[in-house]
Ligand binder design. Structure first.
Ligand code: SF4
Ligand code: SF4
Length: 226
């Protein structure tokens, strides 16, 4: 899932200070799970904005709505009419959701209320760790399910480097060396031979941005050559 963190209130409040009718749009999926931008966080932000305006003797209108996924056209289309009544929008989705909302709801200033942090896992309530950088060529089959791109600060595909010490990473001794973990895991799986394989340079040319993926079954529909 996408992990995000709420921006400081001061930053959000400053961004929408010129507007009197503000719509806050939450997202009910990843950012709701990581307690950054779901329905509850929308309500909290709305209360903060109204309270702050009241303290300055200003009257503002703050609308609240949370859609299931802001990164999905199906859920955004019905929002467009609703948005028309407001001067500005605050999106509490990840960066993809904010951009999709901006694309759909033309001409309304839009402001993010969260910082999109990483693709990670939900270990427990309020505790998330990064697991993937969406590198577009997954090596987990070779590395025992441990991502060298994400877990090694140098992103080494043929590790370890010369700095690993007692299983710790030279860049941050608080953290395990990714390649030591990979070694241990492959040893347990009886697959140490994987380490004899030299992984070629990562095909960064596949990573030009923005990326597009069209499922093979839909190529004809979207006019893409087979
Ligand atoms: S190798 Fe790592 S960064 Fe690349 S796709 Fe797999 S998990 Fe994600
Ligand atoms: S010590 Fe391990 S995790 Fe740290 S940079 Fe070197 S190979 Fe990567």
């Amino acid at each position: 899932m996408i992990i995000a963190e709420r921006k400081p209130f001061k930053e959000i409040a400053a961004a929408v200070a010129p507007y009197d009718k503000i719509l806050i749009v939450g997202c009910g999926t990843c950012v709701a799970v990581c307690l950054a931008g779901g329905e509850k966080e929308v309500g909290l932000l709305a209360s903060q904005l109204k309270l702050a305006a009241g303290l300055k003797h200003r009257r503002i209108e703050v609308g609240e709505i949370t859609v299931e996924r802001q990164c999905d056209l199906e859920f955004l289309e019905p929002l467009c009419d609703f948005v028309a009544d407001f001067d500005a929008i605050i999106s509490m989705a990840c960066g993809a959701g904010v951009q999709f909302l901006a694309h759909m709801c033309h001409f309304k200033p839009i402001f993010p209320a969260v910082d999109t942090t990483f693709i990670g896992v939900n270990n427990a309530v309020g505790y998330y760790t990064e697991r993937c950088r969406a590198c577009r060529r997954c090596y987990l089959g070779l590395t025992g399910g441990i991502c060298p791109v994400t877990m090694c600060p140098k992103g080494l595909l043929n590790g370890p480097c010369g700095g690993t010490l007692n299983g710790k990473c030279e860049v941050d001794l608080q953290k395990d060396c990714a390649w030591s973990k990979i070694y241990q895991r492959l040893e347990l799986e009886g697959r140490l031979d994987n380490l004899k394989e030299i992984v070629p340079l990562h095909p960064h040319s596949r990573g030009t941005t923005p990326g597009t993926v069209i499922h093979p079954a839909y190529r004809r529909r979207y006019g893409v050559d087979e």
